[in-house]
Design a protein around this ligand. Sequence first.
Ligand SMILES: [Zn+2]
Ligand SMILES: [Zn+2]
Ligand SMILES: [Zn+2]
Length: 767
Amino acid sequence: MAVGAQADKPRAVEIRVTGTVQGVGFRPYVFSLASRLGLAGEVWNSSGEVGIFLEGPSSAVESFLAELRDRPPRLARITSLEVRDVEPRQPDGFRIVPSRESGSAAVTIPPDVALCDDCCREVFDSQDRHYQYPFTNCTNCGPRYTIIESSPYDRSRTTMRSFPMCESCEGEYEDPTDRRFHAQPTACPACGPTVWLANRQGKTVTSRNWRQAFQSVIRSGAIVAVKGLGGFHLCCDARNETAVRELRRRKGRPHRPLAVMVRDLEVARKYCSVSDREAALLSSPEAPIVILTRTDDEGLAPALAPGLGTLGVMLPYTPLHTMLFADDIPVLVMTSGNFSGLPLAIDNDEALRTLAPVADYFLLHNREILNRCDDSLVRVVDDEVHLYRRSRGWVPLGIKTALPAGPAVFAVGGDMKNTFCLLKDDTAFMGPHVGDLEHIENEEAFRAAAHRMEVLTSFEAEVVACDLHPRYHSRELALELARKRGAPLVEVQHHHAHMAACMAENDLEGRVVGIICDGTGYGTDGQIWGMEVLVGGYEGFSRASHLRYTPLIGGDVAVREAWRMGLSLLVDAFGYYEGSKLALDIFGRAVPEAKLKAVLNLMRTTNPPRTSSCGRLFDGVSALLGICRESTYEGQPAIELSECAEPAEPYEDGIDQVSTRIDQRPLVRRVIRDLLSGEPPAVIAGRFQATVAAALVSAALEAVERHPETRGRVVLSGGTFQNAWLFKSVRDGLIDAGCQVFYHSKVPTNDGGLALGQAAVGRVKGR
Ligand SMILES: [Zn+2]
Ligand SMILES: [Zn+2]
Ligand SMILES: [Zn+2]
């Protein structure tokens, strides 16, 4: 920076800052920075941006700009910073002036934000008035979406309105130089919500000493339902195997991995490898659960994540959570406070009613949670962040798109891992994780979340989009919405929606090739699709190639009993007679013979639905290899297969590719030959995965060649791409062949991202 007589000439500038700059403590930050540098002027909010007028010595103006660029407020994301010189006005000091909103101001409701360092320091400072106060927050942290009723965002429209501010809090709230200037949920022990520990009858055990009481029941092995930010968690000591097993038993969740919350990064590093990127994510304002690779199981309960080499880890993200830990309680199980598949409990009475069979104690508080919001889940793959569940910390932030202008679309998503999407102008507002809609309770959760999002974004649907599946519950919800709004319904094939979602978040237009590796999706021919190479764009698609169909015997039962898929693959690859014999050999000890024979019989006598699903192919092979024959959570056989697979070369000629069909029969024969000759399952699993990846790459390349209009652009989507090895292998294979490869980073690759694709197709078709 040039400093000197020339540089210190007086200068006056007007600055316009766009991005995430409102509701993030930007104005107090600007105020104190300008005051510190001795600059005069003013700062104001206006339609989605912040305006600043500055006047003073040139060098001070330069310092101001440098500081603003390099060290903006914690939650601010500056997308552009425009500076122009203006006439000096000789203002008197620096002021925060009223907003200059224009009519078109986009309403932005912030997501919930993890505890900031300043507040954390105060919570542990015995001299501070927020000492040990579990609801301490400021403009840089605290609850937002979960407590908001309507916009604009101010205290009277949040569940904090039942706690009038005390004089000290009000003083900070009104002081433009304070970190709590206009911090809507600000509170302290004198005026804010309180915490108490109750037994399972709802009777208060203690309020004053809740922290000590909580820690002592955790030490004794109890399971505690903890009311947090977006809902309840079920919590126990993650180092107590008996407690963890008991939690699994009571919750009816025998194997699904349980997430843990650790006291600090140091504890995370004791059990897992944590890269810089992962550390930054764990400590970020979003504070998601990060899937980490385990390095040391010393002391952790083996029942946490059986069969897996990974662990879902998060850091405490509210003052209440930081206060749960002690020197001898460094790691807690923190799993969703619900019964398998049901909505997260958010209300005290509801929790006492529904979680009493699971929890021994309840850690409750009286700040009402208005909007349910599950923890988000992410994984770092090759230093890039993949969102597997986009909820707390992200919702209700909009995702900017480059989609063509058109009607406002309400896309309802799918039935599994449901999220919905409100597409308004160029912004897609994805709703919170709702879960699986087969439970009626989740439909209610959907309606509540959808209503709230419509209110917060002043949304009125002009088109409603849903999945093509005639029996999806989400379709019923879509019909209900379409009727209410008098809006047309656009049906979007499941894998077309996956492809469109990936296109939309990467700002792609025109036609592309899409590789979709997925569990289940209803196809245009009424069969169950899932390993598809598509060619097309938002307006439509064709199916360039797909996995050869095999029967899915028992429908959803076949998803749970993976051995049924194994059987199906055997009979398809070897014929009925030899396939049956092999099945009895391979599954004979694990599956009752009568059951095997009954399923074999069904295969011959009925006309079961057929599937080209990638997830089912992985399930079937996992079962054949004896890795996982029956699953107790979605994707278990495939996940366990990829976890145990050793790096290997693909089988030569392991897959026959007949232009529109990927024929897995040769692959299944190779797998069985290896199995019968005693090759270790981990090696076979590696060869299997490698062969599938190679087949997908070659099928996509063929499509690229036949469709030059796609210009070698390939998108990857679908739930099976959560298999990091498969994902990387397909991606790298395509890049090596000269393709441009696109994948998900803003929405999940699984059905949690489906609604974005439905919305994009709905926008284009509804025009
Ligand atoms: Zn704070
Ligand atoms: Zn107060
Ligand atoms: Zn899907």
